[in-house]
Design a protein around this ligand. Sequence first.
Ligand code: ATP
Length: 196
Amino acid sequence: QPFVAGITGGIGSGKSTAAKIFEELGIPVYNSDTRAKTIQNENSEVKVKIIAAFGEEAYHENGLNKPFISKQVFQNNEKLKLLNSIVHPAVFQDFEDWKKAQKSNIVMKEAAILIESGSYKDCDVVISVVVDVETRIARTIKRDGLSREEILARINNQISDEERIAKSDFIIDNNGDLAHLKNEVEQTFIKIKKMI
Ligand code: ATP
């Protein structure tokens, strides 16, 4: 079984950018958010359960009816728990299958909700990418064109950096430029390699 490094961070923190740098250093990266989307769109067992829980409206021709589902779970925390109880075990299993197929002695699991989902507990080390809120807002505005208010609402919906840091073995500071991030990733990789 390979060593599992989990990587997380809030909206606009740069966890995907950091994970990409780890990938360039040779670590296979599993993107939980992308895989979860694919699973909801394509895994027939998951689809059956989501339809049973939310009704036929949960899907349209193009797959999951995201606006419908988002509205349901945003208004009702029990529905969010229900959706998570369908999707999280499927992603967990998908990661296990993916992991077994990797040849590397270390793999990385990237997830926005690594801490919230509890899946950090299955990681040998947890890495959090941390950036000042104002920089995250500026980078996310540039990337997504969302408004400051929309981004703040998302930040307030996620756990805080303090909570993330408390559960992390390594912190990657991404307040600097990309060269700085690359250096942070390389330094972290050196430390992790000693643990494998
Ligand atoms: P989300 O959870 O919102 O998807 P994320 O944590 O995966 O975000 P990224 O998409 O990696 O974050 O980064 C957010 C944006 O900031 C991207 O447009 C990325 O190119 C940019 N970015 C990341 N790091 C830096 C940096 N050090 N300097 C400048 N821009 C950066």
